[in-house]
Every structure is written in C-alpha cells, then in structure tokens.
Design a protein around this ligand. Structure first.
Ligand SMILES: [Ca+2]
Length: 320
C-alpha cells in the first residue's frame, strides 16, 4: 500500500510539472492602451477610475518624474505590487525609484529597496474589456528574480536573469497564452523609509528592449554583430571548428575541433560546447563525445558519451 501511495504522489508531481504552462490561474483588469497596461494592488488617495487616480499605476508609464504610483495601505508598502505588460525578450527595466518630483519629496516618502520580479504568461480573453480597463488571463509565475534597488534619484537599470530562450521555448508550444507579451509582477519586499510619509512610491518604469544581434560563424570562430558594434566571441586560427548541432535561436552550439594544420599534427577531434548568451565555452566534465541536443518533456538535453563509454543526457539548464 505504501508503494502505491509513493507512485501516486510521483505521478501527480509529474502531471503538474508537464502541464504547468497550460493553466489559467487568475484574471486581472489592467489599465492602459495598446502597448502598455498597468495595475497595482493598492493606490493612495484613490478616486475615479482605479489606476487613473492622482497616484495611480498609470503614472508609471508617462516618463514624468513629477507623477508617481503610491501604494495606499496603512503599512510601509511591503507586500504591495504592480503589474505591467512587457514584450518578450526584453533585457530588463529602468526604474525611477521613489517619488522623484523633487529631492524633498523623494526623501519624504518610502522607496522600494528589495523587489521581487515575476514573469507571468498572459492573454486577452475576447470581449473582456471596459471603457478604461482590459482583462487579462494569467498563468502562474514561470520565472522570478529578486533585485535590490539603489536609493538614488534618476533612472536605474535592472537587467533580468531570465532565460528567454527557455521561456520562449515553453510559450511557443503553449496554444493558450501569448507568445510575444508577458505580464511582469513587481512586489515590494523591503523599503528605504521616508522621513515624513509612510507610502512607498515609484515614479516611472520603462522597458529596456531586446538586444538585437546577429552571430556569424566561420571555421575559426564566432562573431557577434549588434548596433554597429562587432565583437569577436572567439577566434582560433590553429583549429577548424565545425558545427555538430545547435539549439533554437543559437543559444547552444556543439563544435567539433580539428587542427588546422593536419599535416603536422596528430588528428584528434575534440568536442566543445558553447553558450552564446554567456559568450563562453562551457566545461562538461567526463563527456568525450557530443552527439547533439535532444528534447524530452519540454527540456533540452546534451546527448553524448561519457568516459565510461556510456550514452548520457545532461540537462542543459544544469550545466549553465
Ligand atoms: Ca511618472
């Protein structure tokens, strides 16, 4: 009987794991139009349409330091959150922390210090709109990060640690949620206290767009070309590099190396794994041959042979 229960728990766990991307968890009404929508857990001095008040979340998108979102709870703002829509592949966000209308107002109010960032798949169910708000169905969090903000005036950049290639891989397979838009949930976990008021404020948030680049491969190396800038990722005239396999969007590449001057060298082939996001070769201990990349249960594995001559599959996210 004990055995049966263990099996049942294991299969339940697997079921949740494999269907994790498919579930609608909640629906929300966000304020805004076309490109950018906003919502917050509370709003100071709320009046009129929610999110559009004097301290409504819509103030986060106007690129104006004289307007801000301020939370409206009795506490210091810890636990309060905002939602914003973002396009896929963004590198991060730029935040004007606190109420930046003036230095005095900045210091008078609470500034978020630690924030939790969560990425949520979403879509707009048809007809789920009001005059001012648009309904979104959201999934559970699929990526998360915790950030410490600086206590300073002006914009500060937050670069995400998300693996967009992995996220895009998951959402492309999903037929329910949008592939090109996500909702970001930003929760205040700690604050820098204000010297007069106990309200946490943020003046503005902007998206840092996707880095657009192209990678070119020749037999001796890789070159990355972006915004009129050319970076040599690696160049090795001593060897010839041939591609064995690569993943979607060129994140991972398996090379086989041979000496360029075969006449004077022992012919030896070496397998190497390269990650274009980290811009480096990744060490894989005990792997003497790499056959390619394989996908199982939505996860990508490196398929190869270890030094005991056994075939192995290594989860790529583990070796990153
Ligand atoms: Ca503003």
């Amino acid at each position: 009987m004990k055995f049966l229960i263990v099996c049942l728990l294991a299969s339940l766990f697997l079921y949740q794991e494999t269907t994790a991307q498919q579930m609608i968890k909640d629906t929300l009404f966000l304020a805004g139009e076309d490109e950018q929508f906003w919502h917050s857990s509370s709003e100071l001095a709320q009046s009129g349409y929610y999110n559009f008040g004097k301290y409504g979340a819509i103030n986060l998108g106007d690129n104006n330091p004289a307007t801000c979102w301020a939370e409206g709870t009795d506490g210091n703002g810890v636990g309060e959150y905002i939602y914003m829509t973002i396009p896929k592949n963004i590198r991060g966000i730029r935040i004007r922390n606190g109420y930046q209308k003036s230095k005095n107002l900045y210091e008078a109010n609470n500034r978020p210090k630690t924030i939790k960032i969560e990425l949520l798949p979403c879509f707009m169910p048809p007809g789920y709109v009001t005059e001012t708000h648009t309904g979104f169905a959201i999934s559970q969090t699929i990526a998360t990060d915790t950030i410490i903000l600086e206590d300073k005036l002006g914009y500060q950049d937050i670069l995400f640690d998300f693996s967009w290639s992995k996220i895009n891989h998951q959402t492309t397979k999903n037929k329910i949620f949008d592939n090109d838009r996500f909702i970001l949930k930003i929760t205040i976990e700690d604050i820098y206290p204000g010297n007069k008021w106990n309200d946490a404020c943020i003046s503005d948030i902007k998206v840092i767009p996707e880095e657009v680049y192209e990678i070119t491969i020749d037999e001796h190396g890789l070159t990355k070309i972006s915004d009129n800038k050319t970076d040599t990722l690696f160049y090795d005239p001593e060897s010839i590099y041939q591609i064995i396999d690569l993943t979607h969007e060129l994140e991972w590449i398996i090379f086989i190396l041979m000496p360029a001057d075969i006449e004077n060298s022992r012919v030896e082939t070496i397998y190497k794994l390269y990650n274009t996001q980290k811009e480096t070769f990744i060490e894989t201990e005990n792997i003497i041959q790499m056959y390619g990349f394989v996908e199982t249960d939505d996860k990508l594995y490196l398929n190869g042979m270890n030094n005991d001559f056994e075939e192995v599959n290594i989860l790529l996210e583990d070796i990153k």
